[in-house]
Design a protein around this ligand. Structure first.
Ligand code: DLL
Length: 450
């Protein structure tokens, strides 16, 4: 089918109900949206079967032919693909079009160290930019805005994705890339940046730098679009407060295009998945069974419009749940809860599953900022886990507790969250390395011996 209004943004509207970039798609009634998905899925399955030997083999093995797929109700019949398949097919094995049709690659070393390279046709780039434009408009962006992009530019998708979206919206785009905080602040003040796009950990660092320098009233920021790593509601509140903005979550992954696979609206209650391009499913990571709405499991995506790197039923390893509950923003697209962590970010410490986000929630609830690190090791047969967290400057100025009291309080908070005893060390401000892109929260020395 025809891909809706590529590059057209004349239909952009700021309604009472919300801000849409493409209202007729973003608020499309569900039956119509599902009919569109079905039509696109059928075409996509045919496309990959005809053009990608890998899929043809997999589908033949699974005994499914393109003509067996009549619509989204048949999606579950298709085989999954996972990160290992991407690695095995590196670099060209999953290409859906001749290389001469591709105009760009992006890549990620991935949290697990495996390289993933994804390819884009010009049309794929346009669709992706459009996805990012929807996210920017949902965060209140218009052509009057100055959009300060300090996600990394280069192979990482963050910078180029939000940059493309910002152009489509018509914002004045500042392609800052990451790092060099002094320069970020200078441009932010001189050019009056109103929207900032970066990782939440870098946003927290910028907030800290701005407040330390007393620049808060020289900054015009009103909204931030933060993603690429897990972050908690506690961290959202702390960033909103320190930068004086509304902070929106955005999700995506290189394999499925980049940022903008889903994004938050003004309700800040889960991210709308751009269902006209990506069909999400939640599965039981053990059995592969599709789970009903509302249950937590592994997020799986099927790309129904992308042509160069058309992944079907790709297992992301991200854990979350989906909801079709009506959203007051007026969007009809399904919402995903922010990933609580990846199944491969989960640490098993002393036999207990531990996600960094659980630890972060405890720390921020006790008034710390997200300057922490988790050190895991194994001594003999015993796992050790230590959390180091910085005192905030206010805690140093007005000490209400001794360090020992602080540590004891965190230990007990972590005990009730995780059920295990964690060593805690409260350290001086500025002792933990600041991140400019994705923060490194966990140092697991046990992995060094694998
Ligand atoms: O991080 C794309 C991106 C750039 C998203 C900028 C948002 C903003 P990758 O480097 O391939 O791509 O990493 C993808 O990061 O599978 C999640 O585990 C994690 N992730 C991305 N966004 C979020 C988020 C980009 N909002 C991996 N919350 C994904 C939690 C996220 N985790």
């Amino acid at each position: 089918g025809k891909i809706f209004s590529i590059g057209e943004n004349k239909d952009r509207r700021r309604g009472k109900m919300g801000n849409y970039y493409q209202p007729e798609i973003e608020t499309m009634p569900l039956p119509q949206l599902q009919a569109l998905q079905s039509e696109r899925l059928v075409a996509q399955v045919k496309h990959v079967y005809e053009n990608v030997a890998f899929y043809r083999d997999r589908m033949d093995q699974a005994g499914v032919k393109p003509q067996d797929i009549h619509g989204i109700e048949d999606l579950h019949r298709l085989p999954f693909i996972n990160k290992d398949d991407l690695r095995d097919q590196y670099p060209y094995g999953l290409l859906g079009v001749p290389l001469s049709e591709c105009v760009r690659i992006h890549s990620t070393s991935g949290t697990t160290g495996r390289r993933v390279v994804s390819f884009y046709t010009q049309e794929d780039v346009d669709l992706w930019d459009e996805c990012c434009a929807r996210a920017i408009v949902a965060a209140g962006g218009t052509k009057e805005d100055v959009c300060h992009v300090c996600y990394g530019y280069g192979l990482f998708t963050g910078g180029p994705g939000l940059n493309g979206g910002s152009h489509k919206v018509g914002c004045l785009t500042l392609p800052m890339s990451s790092g060099n905080t002094e320069r970020q602040l200078q441009f932010m003040m001189d050019l009056g940046s109103t929207i900032i796009c970066c990782t939440p950990s870098y946003a927290a660092n910028l907030g800290e730098a701005i407040n330390e320098r007393g620049l808060r009233d020289k900054i015009k920021l009103k909204a931030g679009i933060f993603g690429a790593e897990p972050w908690t509601e506690e961290m959202r509140r702390s960033i909103e407060e320190s930068l004086g903005i509304k902070a929106y979550d955005i999700y995506g992954l290189t394999e499925i295009s980049g940022p903008g696979v889903s994004f938050e609206c003004e309700e800040q209650a889960g991210m709308h998945v751009q269902e006209d391009h990506f069909i999400p499913e939640i599965i039981d990571p053990e059995t592969g069974r599709v789970l009903p709405e509302g249950e937590v499991g592994e997020l799986v995506f099927t790309c129904i419009t992308k042509k160069a790197f058309p992944l079907l039923r790709y297992r992301t390893r991200d854990l979350c749940y989906l909801t079709r509950k009506k959203c007051s923003c007026g969007r009809t697209h399904i919402r995903m809860h922010k990933p609580m962590g990846r199944s491969d970010d989960m640490m098993v410490v002393k036999g207990i599953n531990v996600w960094p986000s659980q630890i972060e929630a405890v720390l921020l609830n006790q008034g710390y900022q997200a300057n922490y690190q988790i050190l895991v090791d194994r001594i003999g047969n015993n796992d050790t886990i230590e959390v180091q967290v910085e005192l905030t400057p206010e805690m140093v100025e007005n000490p209400t507790m001794t360090t020992a009291q602080r540590e004891k309080k965190i230990v007990s908070g972590l005990k009730s969250m995780l059920g295990i005893l964690v060593d805690v060390k409260v350290v001086e401000p500025k002792t933990i390395t600041r991140s400019e892109g994705k923060a490194v929260r966990v140092i697991d020395k046990r992995n060094l011996y694998r």
